[in-house]
Write a protein that binds this ligand. Sequence first.
Ligand code: ZN
Length: 156
Amino acid sequence: MRHTPRWRKFGRMISIETRTQELTGALRRAGVRITRQRAALLAVVAAAKDHPDAVELHRRAHEKVPGISLSTVYRTLTELESQGVIHRHQFEGEAARFEHAKTAHHDHMIDVDTGAVVEFHSERIEKLQAEIAAALGYDIVHHRLELYVRRKRAAD
Ligand SMILES: [Zn+2]
């Protein structure tokens, strides 16, 4: 059963334009010049809902405005990450994938057969993690949870 996509509603409240402006502002603060190519990349990152890797983001940006190089994509993503406006996910056995940071907290399931990334959020898990950390004398600052999954087969 798919988890209730509560965070999706949250995500939809922030428009792609607002996200693009945030990314643009972050790059400007870092002293990066916003070329047409970079602007196209930022729009693509802001619109992505599927945790694309750099090669896929490059393909999408190139489709909008030809001429962006893959190395520019990598450098721009690194800068956005260091500004805290995107998250980099290093799932096992895959190229790093990227996601806009302005989403409600969620964890990821990675389908080991298809590479599909499924987002989920569980209050029970969040609470349990906090309890475990507290029992050991800690507050959680940040966490990442990745489940590597395979689709259940129908019994035959
Ligand atoms: Zn995600």
